[in-house]
Ligand binder design. Structure first.
Ligand SMILES: Nc1ncnc2c1ncn2[C@@H]1O[C@H](COP(=O)(O)OP(=O)(O)OP(=O)(O)O)[C@@H](O)[C@H]1O
Ligand SMILES: [Mg+2]
Length: 243
Protein backbone atom coordinates (compact mmCIF):
# COMPACT_ATOMS: atom_id res chain seq x y z
CA UNK A 1 0.00 0.00 0.00
CA UNK A 2 1.19 3.55 -0.70
CA UNK A 3 1.35 5.97 2.21
CA UNK A 4 2.15 8.94 -0.06
CA UNK A 5 1.40 9.34 -3.76
CA UNK A 6 2.56 12.50 -5.53
CA UNK A 7 1.50 13.27 -9.06
CA UNK A 8 3.07 16.04 -11.18
CA UNK A 9 3.71 17.99 -8.01
CA UNK A 10 5.03 21.51 -8.55
CA UNK A 11 5.68 24.60 -6.47
CA UNK A 12 6.56 28.08 -7.70
CA UNK A 13 7.87 30.88 -5.53
CA UNK A 14 7.14 33.87 -7.76
CA UNK A 15 9.21 33.17 -10.88
CA UNK A 16 11.26 30.37 -9.26
CA UNK A 17 10.12 26.81 -9.95
CA UNK A 18 11.31 25.19 -6.69
CA UNK A 19 9.59 21.86 -7.43
CA UNK A 20 9.14 21.10 -11.08
CA UNK A 21 6.54 18.36 -11.57
CA UNK A 22 7.61 15.34 -9.52
CA UNK A 23 6.01 11.91 -9.29
CA UNK A 24 6.78 9.45 -6.50
CA UNK A 25 5.19 6.93 -4.19
CA UNK A 26 6.16 6.06 -0.64
CA UNK A 27 5.22 2.58 0.52
CA UNK A 28 3.90 1.46 3.87
CA UNK A 29 6.76 0.72 6.29
CA UNK A 30 9.66 1.85 4.10
CA UNK A 31 12.26 4.50 4.74
CA UNK A 32 12.30 6.83 1.74
CA UNK A 33 15.03 9.45 1.35
CA UNK A 34 15.38 12.64 -0.68
CA UNK A 35 18.94 13.50 -1.65
CA UNK A 36 20.08 16.67 -3.35
CA UNK A 37 22.14 19.82 -2.89
CA UNK A 38 20.99 23.01 -1.17
CA UNK A 39 18.00 24.47 -2.98
CA UNK A 40 17.06 21.22 -4.79
CA UNK A 41 13.50 21.46 -3.45
CA UNK A 42 13.60 18.79 -0.73
CA UNK A 43 12.14 20.87 2.12
CA UNK A 44 9.48 22.24 -0.20
CA UNK A 45 8.33 18.68 -1.00
CA UNK A 46 8.36 17.75 2.72
CA UNK A 47 6.26 20.79 3.59
CA UNK A 48 3.71 19.98 0.90
CA UNK A 49 3.38 16.38 2.14
CA UNK A 50 2.95 17.57 5.71
CA UNK A 51 0.18 19.94 4.49
CA UNK A 52 1.98 23.14 5.54
CA UNK A 53 2.34 24.34 1.97
CA UNK A 54 -0.06 24.23 -0.97
CA UNK A 55 1.35 23.05 -4.29
CA UNK A 56 1.11 25.31 -7.36
CA UNK A 57 0.17 22.31 -9.50
CA UNK A 58 -0.29 18.58 -9.28
CA UNK A 59 -1.59 16.59 -6.34
CA UNK A 60 -0.48 14.61 -3.34
CA UNK A 61 -2.39 12.07 -1.32
CA UNK A 62 -1.33 10.81 2.09
CA UNK A 63 -2.93 7.67 3.58
CA UNK A 64 -5.20 7.78 0.53
CA UNK A 65 -6.51 11.23 1.56
CA UNK A 66 -6.22 14.22 -0.78
CA UNK A 67 -3.90 16.80 0.85
CA UNK A 68 -5.86 19.66 -0.74
CA UNK A 69 -9.14 18.50 0.79
CA UNK A 70 -8.31 16.81 4.07
CA UNK A 71 -5.19 18.44 5.55
CA UNK A 72 -6.40 18.17 9.16
CA UNK A 73 -7.00 14.42 8.93
CA UNK A 74 -3.55 13.95 7.41
CA UNK A 75 -1.77 16.18 9.94
CA UNK A 76 -3.29 14.15 12.79
CA UNK A 77 -1.42 11.06 11.58
CA UNK A 78 1.90 12.63 10.54
CA UNK A 79 4.91 13.58 12.68
CA UNK A 80 7.25 16.31 11.47
CA UNK A 81 10.81 17.04 12.50
CA UNK A 82 11.61 20.37 10.80
CA UNK A 83 14.97 21.44 9.38
CA UNK A 84 15.02 24.49 11.66
CA UNK A 85 14.64 24.24 15.43
CA UNK A 86 11.35 25.81 16.43
CA UNK A 87 11.14 24.80 20.08
CA UNK A 88 9.63 27.34 22.49
CA UNK A 89 12.62 28.89 24.29
CA UNK A 90 10.48 30.11 27.20
CA UNK A 91 9.33 26.62 28.15
CA UNK A 92 11.22 23.68 29.56
CA UNK A 93 11.71 20.34 27.82
CA UNK A 94 8.60 18.59 29.16
CA UNK A 95 6.38 21.67 28.67
CA UNK A 96 7.44 21.88 25.01
CA UNK A 97 6.04 18.40 24.40
CA UNK A 98 2.85 18.95 26.38
CA UNK A 99 2.04 22.24 24.63
CA UNK A 100 2.70 20.62 21.25
CA UNK A 101 0.36 17.74 22.16
CA UNK A 102 -2.48 20.28 22.45
CA UNK A 103 -2.38 20.81 18.68
CA UNK A 104 -3.49 17.19 18.41
CA UNK A 105 -6.15 17.54 21.11
CA UNK A 106 -4.28 15.08 23.30
CA UNK A 107 -5.50 15.70 26.88
CA UNK A 108 -2.88 16.51 29.51
CA UNK A 109 -3.50 13.30 31.47
CA UNK A 110 -2.36 11.36 28.36
CA UNK A 111 0.23 13.79 27.02
CA UNK A 112 2.26 13.95 30.25
CA UNK A 113 3.03 10.20 30.53
CA UNK A 114 3.47 9.97 26.75
CA UNK A 115 5.92 12.91 26.76
CA UNK A 116 7.89 11.36 29.62
CA UNK A 117 8.09 8.03 27.81
CA UNK A 118 9.27 9.78 24.64
CA UNK A 119 11.94 11.68 26.57
CA UNK A 120 13.17 8.31 27.88
CA UNK A 121 13.13 7.00 24.31
CA UNK A 122 15.43 9.80 23.14
CA UNK A 123 17.55 9.47 26.29
CA UNK A 124 16.52 12.82 27.75
CA UNK A 125 14.63 11.49 30.76
CA UNK A 126 16.87 13.48 33.10
CA UNK A 127 16.21 16.79 31.30
CA UNK A 128 12.46 17.33 31.78
CA UNK A 129 12.83 20.60 33.73
CA UNK A 130 15.63 22.13 31.66
CA UNK A 131 14.94 25.25 29.64
CA UNK A 132 15.48 25.01 25.88
CA UNK A 133 18.21 27.65 25.87
CA UNK A 134 20.28 25.47 28.19
CA UNK A 135 20.22 22.45 25.86
CA UNK A 136 23.04 21.56 23.49
CA UNK A 137 22.35 21.38 19.75
CA UNK A 138 22.27 17.59 19.86
CA UNK A 139 19.75 17.60 22.71
CA UNK A 140 17.49 20.01 20.81
CA UNK A 141 17.59 17.61 17.88
CA UNK A 142 16.56 14.67 20.04
CA UNK A 143 13.80 16.75 21.63
CA UNK A 144 12.48 17.66 18.16
CA UNK A 145 12.38 13.94 17.36
CA UNK A 146 10.47 13.20 20.58
CA UNK A 147 8.06 16.04 19.79
CA UNK A 148 7.45 14.69 16.28
CA UNK A 149 6.34 11.41 17.88
CA UNK A 150 3.83 12.89 20.35
CA UNK A 151 0.79 11.97 18.20
CA UNK A 152 2.08 8.42 17.54
CA UNK A 153 2.42 9.15 13.80
CA UNK A 154 2.14 6.49 11.12
CA UNK A 155 4.33 8.63 8.85
CA UNK A 156 7.34 10.44 10.26
CA UNK A 157 8.84 13.22 8.13
CA UNK A 158 12.41 14.16 9.06
CA UNK A 159 14.06 17.11 7.34
CA UNK A 160 17.81 16.63 7.86
CA UNK A 161 17.43 14.82 11.19
CA UNK A 162 21.17 14.63 11.93
CA UNK A 163 22.65 17.78 10.39
CA UNK A 164 25.10 19.38 12.81
CA UNK A 165 25.31 16.37 15.12
CA UNK A 166 28.57 14.76 16.20
CA UNK A 167 29.14 11.20 14.92
CA UNK A 168 28.06 9.64 18.22
CA UNK A 169 24.78 11.59 18.40
CA UNK A 170 24.16 10.89 14.72
CA UNK A 171 24.43 7.16 15.28
CA UNK A 172 22.13 7.47 18.32
CA UNK A 173 19.45 9.11 16.13
CA UNK A 174 19.91 6.39 13.49
CA UNK A 175 19.27 3.73 16.12
CA UNK A 176 16.05 5.49 17.18
CA UNK A 177 14.89 5.69 13.58
CA UNK A 178 15.68 2.00 13.08
CA UNK A 179 13.62 1.22 16.21
CA UNK A 180 10.68 3.18 14.80
CA UNK A 181 10.97 1.45 11.46
CA UNK A 182 10.97 -1.94 13.17
CA UNK A 183 7.66 -0.83 14.73
CA UNK A 184 6.26 -0.21 11.24
CA UNK A 185 6.45 3.60 11.16
CA UNK A 186 6.94 4.82 7.60
CA UNK A 187 9.90 7.22 7.43
CA UNK A 188 10.52 10.02 4.97
CA UNK A 189 13.77 11.89 5.34
CA UNK A 190 16.11 14.30 3.62
CA UNK A 191 19.81 14.14 4.19
CA UNK A 192 23.16 15.37 2.95
CA UNK A 193 24.91 12.37 4.50
CA UNK A 194 25.36 9.49 2.10
CA UNK A 195 26.21 7.12 4.93
CA UNK A 196 22.84 7.96 6.49
CA UNK A 197 21.01 7.29 3.23
CA UNK A 198 22.82 3.99 2.71
CA UNK A 199 22.17 2.80 6.24
CA UNK A 200 18.53 3.87 6.68
CA UNK A 201 16.84 4.24 3.30
CA UNK A 202 15.13 1.44 1.40
CA UNK A 203 14.83 3.79 -1.59
CA UNK A 204 16.17 7.24 -2.39
CA UNK A 205 14.94 9.92 -4.76
CA UNK A 206 17.80 11.88 -6.27
CA UNK A 207 16.69 15.50 -6.70
CA UNK A 208 18.26 18.25 -8.71
CA UNK A 209 16.81 21.71 -9.44
CA UNK A 210 13.28 20.75 -8.48
CA UNK A 211 13.23 17.48 -10.41
CA UNK A 212 13.60 13.85 -9.45
CA UNK A 213 16.34 12.28 -11.54
CA UNK A 214 15.82 8.71 -10.32
CA UNK A 215 14.26 6.67 -7.52
CA UNK A 216 16.03 3.44 -6.55
CA UNK A 217 17.36 1.52 -3.56
CA UNK A 218 20.85 2.86 -2.69
CA UNK A 219 22.42 -0.57 -3.38
CA UNK A 220 20.87 -0.71 -6.87
CA UNK A 221 22.18 2.77 -7.70
CA UNK A 222 25.68 1.93 -6.54
CA UNK A 223 25.70 -1.36 -8.41
CA UNK A 224 24.36 0.14 -11.64
CA UNK A 225 26.50 3.27 -11.74
CA UNK A 226 29.52 2.11 -9.76
CA UNK A 227 31.09 3.86 -6.77
CA UNK A 228 29.41 5.20 -3.66
CA UNK A 229 26.21 7.29 -3.53
CA UNK A 230 28.17 10.52 -3.70
CA UNK A 231 29.76 9.42 -6.99
CA UNK A 232 26.41 8.14 -8.30
CA UNK A 233 24.95 11.56 -7.62
CA UNK A 234 27.75 13.26 -9.52
CA UNK A 235 27.30 10.90 -12.47
CA UNK A 236 23.54 11.34 -12.67
CA UNK A 237 23.40 15.10 -12.30
CA UNK A 238 26.86 16.27 -13.30
CA UNK A 239 26.93 18.10 -9.97
CA UNK A 240 28.50 17.45 -6.63
CA UNK A 241 26.19 17.18 -3.63
CA UNK A 242 28.26 19.90 -2.04
CA UNK A 243 27.43 22.44 -4.82
N1 LIG B 1 9.34 30.70 1.16
C1 LIG B 1 10.12 30.80 0.08
N2 LIG B 1 10.05 31.86 -0.74
C2 LIG B 1 10.80 31.97 -1.84
N3 LIG B 1 11.68 31.02 -2.25
C3 LIG B 1 11.78 29.93 -1.48
C4 LIG B 1 11.02 29.74 -0.28
N4 LIG B 1 11.34 28.55 0.26
C5 LIG B 1 12.26 28.01 -0.54
N5 LIG B 1 12.53 28.83 -1.59
C6 LIG B 1 13.46 28.52 -2.70
O1 LIG B 1 13.06 27.30 -3.29
C7 LIG B 1 14.18 26.50 -3.64
C8 LIG B 1 14.08 25.15 -2.95
O2 LIG B 1 14.21 25.34 -1.57
P1 LIG B 1 14.15 24.14 -0.52
O3 LIG B 1 14.16 24.75 0.85
O4 LIG B 1 13.00 23.27 -0.85
O5 LIG B 1 15.52 23.37 -0.84
P2 LIG B 1 16.21 22.17 -0.09
O6 LIG B 1 16.45 21.12 -1.11
O7 LIG B 1 15.47 21.81 1.12
O8 LIG B 1 17.63 22.79 0.29
P3 LIG B 1 18.56 22.60 1.60
O9 LIG B 1 19.39 21.38 1.34
O10 LIG B 1 19.38 23.85 1.62
O11 LIG B 1 17.68 22.48 2.81
C9 LIG B 1 15.41 27.32 -3.25
O12 LIG B 1 15.87 27.97 -4.41
C10 LIG B 1 14.88 28.31 -2.24
O13 LIG B 1 15.62 29.50 -2.27
MG1 LIG C 1 15.91 21.84 3.10
Amino acid sequence: MNIVTAHKLAKNYNSLRAVDGVDFEIRQGECFGFLGPNGAGKTTVMRIISCFLTPSAGSVSVFGLDAAREPARIKARVGVMPQETNLDPDLNVLENLIVYARYFDIPKRSSTPRAKALLEFVEMGGKTDVRIKHLSGGMKHRLLLARALINEPELLILDEPTTGLDPHSRRAVWEKLEDLKARNTTLLLTTHYMEEAERLCDRVAIMDSGRIVTIEPPATLMERHGGNLEQVYLRLTGRSLAD
